[in-house]
Design a protein around this ligand. Structure first.
Ligand code: ZN
Ligand code: MN
Length: 468
């Protein structure tokens, strides 16, 4: 049934900005404080108070806009979005409506149809609302989140599947982390997403009626909600019904979406220019200044690692999954021509087990990669070298001073094999009779007797040659 329909999905992503203070007052944005301890008359919207726009919020939003290829408005303004909900003591949210700070951007994602460009309609700044805590017989209100700065990133309805939605969200999150405007902690709600979804038949010109699924806080929930909602809407149409425009919720336990209310339209919010704030005026120079602070973004780094350094796509993705690791790798890659070896060492030895603040410098890591790549040391020595501290000397100096060079000399290796077999003649018998793993036992014995320095690959070759 579903193959008769296609889905059209657009995402609205709320990203909490990691400024020290809130958007219109000087309350800290710290998370996890006791309820109602980080709020003031301004963020609670008490009568007689006036908001002052936090300049850092504008800076971060512009940064996000540039990183997602948006046009930046030199002149924009704040608007009031009026609605009643108990977590919004002011009765309105200060947001941006007609003129957002950023518009007409895009990001690129990989999908099963190859590279796809998902357009971004707009990015605007706004304040977060408070939080409702539902207890047995009462609902409590915590205003700590009131006035925490957000950007809302609104995509065009360019997404065609739940996988694409997931890749888009992942890419967007990664960009925000790279430019340092948010920590994007989904479990703390600093990245949340609303899904707009409609279905239509392939030959329909117009999009179908859409529903919005609110406040999803994980990528896989977003994908599941889309799958569920697609199926639901297909069924409605298939049974001759019409989709009703609704705001829906997603229930994590059942994996189902449910109706919350009929969909509000922009008119319902009675948007009007925020009278307590002036226009936001920024100039080219300011925008260009911010442009210069943007690092190379993950997508471009991944491509570079694959095309220039010969890494596999998954290796590149692993390293680029974290900006600090990627910066580290870039430094190391400048110091060795054995870049793939360096990447492999990072992926197997450093990333899974090491604290970034207690780590060998990228230059020393590159030195280890060069030693390993040029077969001057074997991999077990390389692992030991990665765990050491270096002060004046480099790993290559330690290799010389402590005699850790790999033994590549065939005669020397043959001698090791001979001695191992003399000590334990059974091993030679086992190798001859083709017992599984018997060669490994000889390699192990030689590695032990050489203090871990023998070349294991050459050893295996020689063992077959000498003992078979
Ligand atoms: Zn405040
Ligand atoms: Mn919003």
């Amino acid at each position: 049934m579903t193959d008769k329909y296609i889905m059209t999905v657009g995402l609205e992503v709320h990203v909490e900005l990691k400024t020290a203070t809130k958007i219109f007052c000087s309350c800290p944005t710290s998370y996890g404080e006791k309820p109602n301890t980080v709020c003031c008359p301004i963020c609670m919207g008490l009568p007689g108070t006036l908001p002052t726009l936090n300049r850092r919020v504008v800076e971060y939003a512009v940064k996000a806009g540039i990183a997602t290829n948006c046009e930046i408005s030199e002149l924009s303004r704040n608007d009031r979005k009026n609605y009643f909900y108990p977590d919004l003591p002011k009765g309105y949210q200060i947001s941006q409506y007609e003129i957002p700070l950023c518009r007409d951007g895009y990001i690129e994602i990989d999908s099963k149809d190859g590279k796809r460009r998902i357009r971004i309609q707009r990015i605007h700044i706004e304040e977060d609302a408070g939080k409702l805590i539902h207890e047995d017989k009462a609902t409590l209100i915590d205003c700590n989140r009131c006035g925490v700065p957000l950007i809302e990133i609104v995509s065009m309805p360019d997404i065609r599947s739940s996988e694409e939605a997931k890749s888009y969200l992942k890419e967007l999150r990664s960009i925000m982390l790279y430019i340092g405007v948010s920590d994007c902690k989904m479990n703390e709600g600093s990245l949340r997403c609303d899904v707009n979804i409609s279905v239509k038949r392939p030959d329909d010109v117009k999009d179908g009626i859409r529903c919005e699924i609110k406040n999803i806080n994980s990528f896989s929930f977003a994908a599941k909600a889309i799958e569920y909602e697609f199926l639901r809407q297909c069924r409605v149409l298939e049974n001759g019904g019409a989709v009703i425009p609704e705001t829906r919720g997603y229930d994590e336990k059942s994996g189902k979406t449910f109706c919350m209310r009929s969909k509000e339209s922009a008119d319902d919010y009675r948007y009007f220019p925020e009278p307590d704030l002036g226009v936001i005026e920024i100039d080219r120079e300011y925008i260009d200044g911010i442009r210069e602070t943007i690092p190379e973004l993950p997508r471009s780094r991944r491509a570079r690692y694959v095309s220039e350094y010969g890494l596999s796509a998954s290796e590149a993705e692993l390293i680029c999954g974290d900006r600090e690791w990627s910066d580290y790798f870039d430094k190391a890659a400048n110091a060795t021509k054995y870049r793939k070896t360096a990447a492999n060492l990072m992926i197997s030895e450093l990333i899974p087990t090491t604290q970034k603040n207690d780590i060998i410098s990228p230059e020393c890591m590159a030195d280890v990669a060069t030693l390993l790549g040029s077969e001057k040391i074997n991999s077990s020595v390389s692992k030991k070298l990665l765990k050491r501290k270096y002060f004046e000397e480099m790993p290559s100096d330690v290799v010389v001073s402590e005699g850790l060079e790999q033994i590549n000399d065939r005669d020397h290796l043959a001698e090791l094999i001979k001695k191992a077999v003399e000590k334990n003649p059974r091993m030679a018998e086992d190798v001859k009779s083709g017992k599984r793993n018997s060669e490994k036992a000889v390699v192990g014995a030689c590695m032990a007797s050489s203090g871990g320095r023998a070349n294991p690959k050459l050893l295996s070759e020689l063992i077959i040659e000498l003992l078979h």
